[in-house]
Design a protein around this ligand. Structure first.
Ligand SMILES: NC(=O)c1ccc[n+]([C@@H]2O[C@H](COP(=O)([O-])OP(=O)(O)OC[C@H]3O[C@@H](n4cnc5c(N)ncnc54)[C@H](O)[C@@H]3O)[C@@H](O)[C@H]2O)c1
Length: 317
């Protein structure tokens, strides 16, 4: 599969590294509003000043949108309206009406549409999914979950440089937390109980903190869980705690580690990090899955639709 990149910023750097580690995918073209970004591309990748021209001329099979979140909708729509396939960095867009318009545009043209949910491919998430599938621990039924995705993007009353390109704590990290959970709980079985957002009107972001409380039925029992996103804690802290009948599993998404506490036993610690940066590991998973879906003529629109429903429902409380 050949792809082209739109937006050569921080995340694109990790994406380009992951592409070099993933079989079956190659970066051929790239575009950024800032032509100085061409210097960050490998020699084999052609830089284009004009997106429209790249969409017309490129031999790429799909176009990866890695621009600031506020531009995803417009650029993804431009890709689709050019009859080309879009892969969009999460979140796909920032409202339900934008989501509906993108899905309609892609379906009308019978084009697949992919969302890159990189946190779902965390090594700790893969690891716990494998333990569940192999039934390696007897934890019993899931009783609830609590997920926190915090970044130090609001310090001393101001947004930090890390917030550049992001829409807001909930809009960006809510999509991250929900996509990791979706590997463990069917998002189509979840519904919103409550959403609580902290909005500071003087700041150029949608919210600095956001919380979504969800419920779903597991083994005939109503289960509750919450996803908390926060830019005000002053730290990079990303953890999901899953409470089961016979113990607790804590997935540390920032450190690529897992803690397992079985009732009455010592905690077991699993360090799952590799020599590659965490985000490179994530995008290796994204691209491996993307090439497999593309080869089968599939996309992840249904998953993306379910996750964005849960995300936007919390925003609209
Ligand atoms: N930085 C991270 O850790 C991270 C992690 C995961 C996902 N993301 C997501 O990736 C996306 C990009 O984030 P980033 O941190 O790489 O941002 P960034 O600001 O570092 O890079 C964005 C790039 O897009 C270019 N750009 C802006 N508007 C454009 C347009 N209309 N057309 C073409 N190019 C344009 C900019 O010149 C810049 O080079 C965001 O949606 C963000 O939520 C970022």
């Amino acid at each position: 599969m050949q792809i082209a990149l739109i937006g050569i910023g921080k995340i694109a750097n990790y994406q380009m590294q992951a592409i070099t580690h993933t079989e079956g995918i190659k970066l051929v073209d790239a575009h950024d509003l800032d032509s100085n970004k061409a210097e960050e591309l490998p020699g084999s990748v052609q830089f284009h000043n004009n997106l429209d021209k790249m969409l017309k001329k490129s031999n790429a099979d799909a176009f990866l949108v890695s621009t600031p979140t506020s531009t995803h909708f417009e650029i993804a729509m431009q890709v689709i309206e050019s009859d080309r396939i879009a892969i969009v960095e999460k979140p796909l867009c920032t409202s339900q009406s934008e989501m509906d318009a993108l899905l309609t545009a892609a379906r009308t043209r019978k084009l697949p549409l992919y969302t890159a949910f990189h946190p779902a491919y965390g090594r700790e998430v893969d690891w716990w999914r494998e333990q569940i599938d192999a039934q390696n621990f007897e934890l019993g039924a899931l009783l609830g979950f609590e997920s926190c995705f915090a970044d130090p993007y609001y310090i001393d009353g101001k947004l930090t440089l890390g917030a550049v390109g992001k829409a807001g704590a909930w809009t960006d990290s809510g999509a991250s937390g929900l996509s990791a959970l979706a590997r463990l709980v069917d998002p189509e079985s979840m519904s919103l109980v409550d959403g609580r957002m902290t909005v500071i009107p003087s700041l150029n972001c949608a919210q600095v903190q956001g919380l979504g409380i969800y419920r779903f039925v597991e083994n005939n029992r109503m289960v509750y869980g919450m996803v908390d996103t926060n830019w005000t804690l002053g730290k990079n802290y990303k953890t999901t705690r899953l409470r089961y009948e016979n113990g607790i599993v804590e997935l540390d998404h920032a450190k690529e580690a897992a803690h397992l506490v079985l009732e009455g036993q010592e905690a077991l610690i699993f360090n799952l990090a590799t020599d590659k940066p965490r985000l490179v590991n994530h995008y290796c998973g994204v691209f491996a899955d993307l090439t497999a879906m593309y080869a089968k003529g599939e996309d992840n629109t249904r998953l993306s639709e379910a996750l964005h429903h849960l995300l936007f429902d919390a925003l609209n409380c």
